[in-house]
Design a binder for this molecule. Sequence first.
Ligand code: UDP
Length: 491
Amino acid sequence: MERRAHAMLFPFPCSGHINPTLKLAELLHSRGVYVTFVNTEHNHERLRRRTGTAAAAAEGGGLRGREGFRFEAVPDGLSEEDRVAPDRTVRLYLSLRRSCGPPLVELARRLGDRDGGVPPVTCVVLSGLVSFALAAAEELGVPAFVLWGTSACGFVGTLRLRELRQRGYTPLKDESYLTNGYLDTPIDWIAGMPPVRLGDISSFVRTLDPQCFGLRVEEDEANSCARSRGLILNTFEDLESDVLDALRDEFPRVYTIGPLAAAMHRTQQVQQCHGHGNAGLSLWEEDSKCMAWLDAQADGSVLYVSFGSLAVLSLEQLSELAWGLAASNRPFLWAVRPGLVVGDRGADALPEDFLAETRGRCFIAEWCAQEQVLRHRAVGGFLTHSGWNSTTESIWSGVPMLCWPGFADQYINCRYACEEWGIGLRLEETLRREQVTAHVEELMGGDTDRAREMRRCAAEWKAKAEAATAPGGSSYESLDRLVEELRLGEA
Ligand code: UDP
């Protein structure tokens, strides 16, 4: 009798990693794979309680397991002090590396030993930044797959960081290199990529740190994917064909299964399951009132503004953005999560008078059901930090973007959105309210040639994203191949 494949999935514990990994988990489960999704205990508790009521929490909140789909948790090793430190993500990364391998191995063994029909773990699926878990898979004697959460161009850029360092492009000699035009240096030798600016490749080339901690972490994490059985990317063939071709020279098994949001949506429709399911788990409470507000707006009239789960704005950036949006006279929905503003602040940091000035055409939410928002008929543009999940969700929704990248792969995503895919306008790094207003006007006003072309391209990419995830499409077939590979099991 054929053994049931059992994938143990472990993402780096932040939204940008948990969300796509959870979608992948749901997709694998929908194709018959037994799934164990592993959170850190801290996030597990946070997700469990998030539904608000004690009764719901007692039932597991959003984390309701079901046949062939279970949630488990391992400790992240962080102290309460670490959890609120400004460099908490770095601390979390180091702590996981230090302490999380043995509990993962122990968990996998325990699951396999259990009576009651849990098949033994046959493979481990990680997100980026938890490469230490490759060793756990090796110890268990099962293959590991990495769901690297960036674009293919982002991944290739990260792979080339080592060479950039060895060739002396980075770290930067001093602070003046950030503003003296050096970051515009053309880089035309990365296989599969058109000529790009040095500064577009990754935020990590901007480091001044002679130890290059962040840079080395990124390059080590990306290069360690070579130890995995296969690389899974949330992209689709048409979108990044050149860079994918080049990548396959180094990584023979690349599974392009995105946009994950589209693949997930299709699966939910086929299975006729209503509501979000686990794929909609979120570390923040979603504001449902913003959907009613959107219902009352005209088609394509609203600019959605969000900078994802990690970005932190200075007070000056917040003010330039706010007043730039206010002067545009366009309706906008802005996700201002607690912690978006320096000093762990949120909407309370918005400039005085801003809400009064924009009353009636502005909705501030802490956190939105972003996929639903982007697919709402009223949304006509997205002001984004160019995080890869946000970018793919926008592509799938056919919404053109105003891009203001600031970290990691966001610069290369922005570069591709604006110059390769024709669906983005870029804001300068130093935000100025006049430019914000002018770009919002161009994007939302829509009567320039450039704006018309962006809308045309956005509609075209939307159709291609749908086609890729439909039966017979490249992402659909790639997922089939991945499931086949997981079923083969043994390392
Ligand atoms: N997101 C959301 N509601 C919000 C803001 C963001 O659901 O109000 C989700 C968004 O849909 C995306 C994720 O958070 O899936 C952010 O991931 P991304 O890669 O864009 O950025 P990161 O948070 O990693 O910087």
